[in-house]
Design a protein around this ligand. Structure first.
Ligand code: MSP
Length: 637
């Protein structure tokens, strides 16, 4: 039987700009997946690659603009990428640079191989060339026939170049995609590629004359030309493994998975598999494609009048909270919005409250009742089932890069543990009672399992949780199986639980301040769940909403479907008030909305919030409304 291995790559980023949120996102996803697979398979069976793409006009132009030689410029920017990944705690096995000697030789070897087999030919290319940009434009890229940057009409020039016979592989590629349905995923991107392949596939120009672009790898069969970008960049995925002879290529290429965003789908789904085919290499196993982050400028704070860059927020709020937000907020394959406001909301609700409070509550009980000492008391099976289910869901979701779904499953286990404590109320029981011990041990043991599951997603915090629980084993010795590393941890040892500072301090948001100055307060120290604290009350986001329109919910007499406006946002909310308030009475009304209620689907309609109403003893229901008109979106306090 061949051993199971895992090879994951990110795009190699252009060094014409410094790292931004999008680059960080892909690399964080890859890091999470690599850490997950290391936990599952062991570190030696996983290989995670990232790096920088350093040749071509874009980089040559950026270097010229910076007044630097291309190599010195590429060295400088590439180092910034590498440093940023270090600061974010990312763990690639290799950081490849396309200007390394090894990569250049591999590109030449690859080109020679397909040139020898007759798939590269010399021909003429005609196109719209802008001398200002020093590049060709396609008809589509031109605006009113002009260069979009220089607003000048391009010159139609003909140039001799080398071409790859890509068209020859069109039928093979269509067949390959059809017979490997999960080669490109999610499915929407597979469909996009198949739609594109309905048109005839043209051959691909793979060179630029040296007279026009000197910053590239010389073609091995004609020194007057350099390799044009994709034929250089894509090959990084195999040159990093030492293609063709290295042992790493043999071990890791058969299980290769690429991770990219939708912007570079075409080169990865069309150029790359056909190039590999021409060289006699099988394509990667999965091409995983994610969506784009859009940055909501209005919801990003400014410090000293300077725009806060998303990456700076990793420093202000902590790397793990930043990772959590990115992984949880975007559904893999779809676009999402990034704002500081939503990051803080998630930090406070999911991390400080759900997870952080559970953790500190359990640790405090152990400290208070048993001076921090717990041994292997009985584990209550109620939560055992829930933790097995969480493991199975996480493993299933991670198979197809559904990071948000995986975190959702872990949060279900967190809620189940919170509920378990509320049901058994150990804080009201005699500490020496066997049942109290079992309840507290069970909660602590489930927390340990939660920490193990969280290791790939929030490595620093998960390690802190384990240490707080008295487990000081090196986390790389933990294996993720359905017992969540249980067998590898010494269960019979006495554990010394240590109270630690709050895992995720809440961030006060009442008066937005620049991140550096924002006050962080420790999580509430209350153990009893009978009352809520002012912080807990503040988690409710109550807003004034104005009804734009009301419609029936097909198949329901009680429900009404409302479109409600909050400042500049319009949402759909489903309310059970159709009988009390006929459709035509709604438009223009101002109501109170629970705006941060988890969305739910009612009769097939997604409802994003809840309208508040009061009910008397006879069951009469009336809407709660502001006493005077007030701008929609106003906060209820
Ligand atoms: N150098 C090429 C890739 C060659 S791979 C053989 C390139 N570089 S890039 O610097 O432009 O990086 C593009 C990638 O950065 C995207 O595919 C994605 O991984 C990431 N992102 C850049 N902006 C992004 C968003 N706004 N949102 C999400 N990810 C995005 O293309």
């Amino acid at each position: 039987m061949t051993e199971e291995t895992f090879y994951l790559t990110t795009p190699i980023y252009y060094v014409n700009a410094t790292p931004h949120l999008g680059h960080a996102y892909t690399t964080i996803l890859a890091d999470t997946m690599a850490r997950f697979q290391r936990l599952r398979l062991g570190p030696d069976r996983v290989y995670f690659l990232t790096g920088t793409d350093e040749h071509g006009d874009k980089v040559a132009q950026a270097a010229a603009k910076a007044g630097e030689a291309p190599q010195a410029y590429a060295d400088r920017i590439s180092a910034i990428f590498r440093d940023t990944w270090d600061r974010l705690g990312l763990t690639p096995n290799q950081f490849i640079r396309t200007t390394s000697e090894h990569h250049k030789l591999t590109v030449q070897r690859f080109l020679q191989t397909i040139h020898d087999s007759g798939d590269i030919y010399f021909g003429e290319y005609g196109g719209h060339y802008c001398f200002g940009c020093e590049r060709f434009y396609t008809e589509k890229e031109l605006q009113d026939g002009r260069c979009p940057d220089h607003q000048t009409a391009p010159t139609f020039i003909k140039e001799e170049n080398y071409f790859f016979r890509m068209g020859k592989y069109q039928a093979w590629l269509i067949d390959y995609i059809n017979t490997h349905p999960d080669f490109i995923r999610p499915e929407r991107y597979r469909n996009e590629v198949l739609a594109f392949l309905k048109e005839p596939l043209e051959d691909l120009c793979v060179s630029r004359p040296r007279t026009r672009l000197a910053w590239g790898i010389p073609l091995p069969f004609d020194g007057q030309f350099v390799t044009y970008v994709w034929f250089d960049a894509l090959i990084n995925y195999i040159s990093a493994l030492g293609w063709p002879d290295d042992e790493r290529f043999r071990r890791f290429w058969p299980c290769a998975q690429h991770l990219i965003a939708k912007d570079i789908l075409k080169p990865h789904a069309i150029y790359w598999p056909t190039m590999l085919r021409a060289a006699g290499i099988t394509p990667c196993r999965h091409l995983n494609v994610h969506g784009y982050w859009k940055i909501e400028e209005a919801k990003m704070s400014k410090s000293l009048g300077k725009v806060v860059r998303p990456l700076d927020l990793a420093e202000s709020y902590g790397v793990d909270a930043f990772r959590y937000f990115l992984l949880r907020e975007m559904t893999f394959g779809l676009d999402a919005s990034f704002s500081e406001e939503s990051l803080v909301a998630r930090l406070n609700a999911d991390l400080a409250n759900d997870l952080g409070n559970l953790y500190s509550r359990v640790l405090k009980l152990i400290e208070r009742y048993y001076s921090g000492n717990i041994t292997d008391w009985t584990y209550d099976e109620t939560l055992s089932e829930a933790s097995r289910a969480a493991y199975a869901q996480v493993a299933g979701a991670m198979e197809h890069f559904a990071f948000s779904e995986a975190l959702g499953a872990i949060w279900n286990l967190i809620s189940a543990t919170n509920k378990y404590l509320v049901t058994h109320e150990p804080w009201k029981r005699n500490p020496e009672d066997a049942r109290t011990r079992a309840v507290i041990f069970t909660a602590a043991e489930t927390l340990r399992r939660i920490a193990v599951l969280l290791l790939p997603f929030m490595p620093g915090s998960a390690e802190r949780m384990l240490r707080g629980l008295g487990i000081d084993e090196d986390s790389s010795s933990i294996r993720l199986d359905e017992d969540l590393g249980l067998r590898l941890l010494d269960r019979s040892r006495k554990r010394q639980v240590q109270e630690m500072p709050a895992l995720f301090p809440r961030v006060e948001t009442a008066t937005p301040k620049p991140p550096e100055k924002r006050k962080r307060t420790a999580a509430s120290s209350e153990v009893s769940p009978d009352e809520i604290t002012i912080e807990e009350f503040r988690r409710l986001d109550l807003r004034v909403a104005e009804i734009v329109e009301a419609a029936e919910v097909p198949g329901s007499r009680k429900l009404v479907q409302l479109r409600v406006r909050l400042k500049d946002e319009v949402r759909t909310v489903v309310a059970g008030l159709r009988e009390q308030y006929p459709l035509d009475t709604w438009p223009g009304k101002q109501v109170i909305l629970v705006a941060n209620l988890k969305p739910s689907t009612l009769m097939g309609i997604r409802s994003e919030g809840m309208v508040l109403a009061a009910e008397d003893d006879q069951g009469r229901i009336v809407l709660l409304m502001p006493e005077q008109p007030i701008p929609p979106g106003s906060k209820v306090r």
